[in-house]
Design a protein around this ligand. Structure first.
Ligand code: TXA
Ligand code: MG
Length: 319
C-alpha cells in the first residue's frame, strides 16, 4: 500500500530525490519521475515491468516550457498545442539533447504534453524539471483512473500517490505528430480526430501501427487488457453463443438484454454520451474483471467522436 494524499510538497521532495510519485491527470493517472534524470526514469520501467523500447511522455506546465525541450515545431502542431493545452494531447516533436535517450527509447522525437489537472500543474510549476510519466498500471493492463486503481496494482512499488480524484477524461491523450508533411495521429485518445481537424482546418492521417515494435505504444495489438477473457462483437450473438457461462456485459446506450440471460451489465452511458462512456471505460472494465464472472463481452460503439478511441481500446483489450 502506498500513501495517498494531496501533499504537493511531499510529492515535490520525493521527485527531487529521484523517487516515483503517481500523479493525477485529466486522462489517466501517471507514474512520474524526473524526466531529466535517467536513474529516476529507469525506476519507472522497473516498476511497470515495461519494455525499454516503449518511450515515455514528458509532462510540463505550459506551451512555452514545452518548446524549451524541442528543436522545432510545425506551425499546425503549435496551433493545436496553443488551443488544446492543458489538455489530452501529446505531440511528438524533435527533441533537444537534454531529454535522455531512455525517455525516448533513442528516438529522435520526444512525446510531450501539458496535462489539465490543477494539482499536477501546480506541482509541475514548482519543479525545475519536467516529469516523465506513463500510465500508472503494470504494462499491458487497464489504465488507472483513480488513486485506488494505482494503489491496488503498483502500491508496493511507489512512494506516494497524489490524490486528484477520478480522471475527468478517462482515456489517454491523443498522440499527434508530423509524417511526410502530414499531421498524423498515432494513438486515438481523449481529443477526437474531429476536434483536431476543426482546429487545424485540414484532414489528418491516422496511423495506428499494429506491430510488436511500435512507434507509439498503446500501438501494441494487445494492451489495456483485463485478465478475464474479453470478447468484442454483436452482443446478442455473443450472449447466445455463451449462454452456458456467467457473463459480464460492457454496454453502451439504450440496449435491452433478454430476460433469462444470466449476466451482469455495466452500461458506459445509458444515454449514449461518448464523453461519459470514456470516463467510465477503464473503471468498468476493472470492475467486471473483479466480479465473479467467466467472460466479459462488449459491442463496438459507433466510429465517431470518442467512440473511435473507445473502440481502439476495446479491440486491444480483446486481442
Ligand atoms: O494520457 C496520457 O498520455 C497518459 C498520462 C499519464 O499522461 N500517459 C500515457 O503514457 O498514456 P503511456 O506511456 O502509457 O503511453 C504513451 C505512449 C506509449 O505507447 C509510447 O510508445 C508513446 O506514447 N510515445 C511516447 N513517447 C514517444 C516517442 N518519442 N515516439 C513515439 N511514441 C512515443
Ligand atoms: Mg499506458
Amino acid at each position: 500500500m502506498a500513501e495517498i494524499g494531496k501533499d504537493i510538497t511531499k510529492a515535490k521532495q520525493l521527485l527531487q530525490n529521484g523517487n516515483l510519485v503517481a500523479i493525477p491527470t485529466e486522462t489517466v493517472y501517471g507514474l512520474a519521475a524526473n524526466a531529466l534524470n535517467p536513474e529516476a526514469v529507469a525506476k519507472i520501467f522497473e516498476a511497470k515491468q515495461r519494455p525499454s523500447f516503449d518511450p515515455l511522455i514528458v509532462h510540463t506546465y505550459s506551451v512555452k516550457k514545452a518548446l524549451e525541450y524541442v528543436s522545432e515545431i510545425n506551425p499546425l502542431l503549435l496551433k493545436l498545442a496553443e488551443q488544446v493545452w492543458p489538455g489530452p494531447l501529446t505531440l511528438l516533436l524533435p527533441r533537444k539533447s537534454c531529454i535522455p535517450d531512455l525517455v525516448t527509447s533513442g528516438l529522435d522525437r520526444v512525446g510531450i504534453r501539458v496535462p489539465n489537472h490543477a494539482l499536477t500543474l501546480d506541482l509541475l510549476k514548482q519543479l525545475n524539471f519536467p516529469l516523465a510519466a506513463p500510465s500508472a498500471n503494470p504494462f499491458g493492463y487497464i489504465s488507472p483512473t483513480t488513486p485506488q486503481h494505482v494503489d491496488k496494482q503498483l502500491g508496493q512499488k511507489i512512494n506516494y500517490i497524489l490524490d486528484g480524484g477520478g480522471c475527468e477524461v478517462g482515456l489517454e491523450s491523443t498522440i499527434v505528430g508530423e509524417e511526410n508533411g502530414k499531421i498524423t495521429v498515432y494513438r486515438l485518445g481523449g481529443l477526437s480526430v474531429e476536434e483536431i481537424e476543426n482546429i487545424i482546418n485540414e484532414q489528418v492521417e491516422v496511423q495506428l501501427n499494429q506491430s510488436s515494435n511500435p512507434k507509439a505504444p498503446g500501438q501494441l495489438k494487445s494492451h489495456y487488457a483485463p485478465s478475464k477473457p474479453f470478447l468484442l462483437g454483436n452482443l446478442k450473438m455473443l450472449l447466445s453463443n455463451h449462454s452456458d457461462k456467467k457473463i459480464g456485459v460492457l454496454a453502451f446506450g439504450n440496449i435491452a438484454i433478454e430476460p433469462g440471460n444470466k449476466c451482469l451489465v455495466k452500461n458506459l452511458s445509458p444515454t449514449g454520451n461518448y464523453k461519459e462512456a470514456a470516463i467510465h471505460l477503464f473503471s468498468y472494465l476493472r470492475e467486471l474483471d473483479e466480479l465473479d464472472i467467466e467472460l466479459i463481452i462488449a459491442e463496438p460503439l459507433p466510429e465517431i467522436d470518442l467512440g473511435r478511441a473507445i473502440n481502439d481500446r476495446l479491440k486491444r483489450a480483446a486481442f
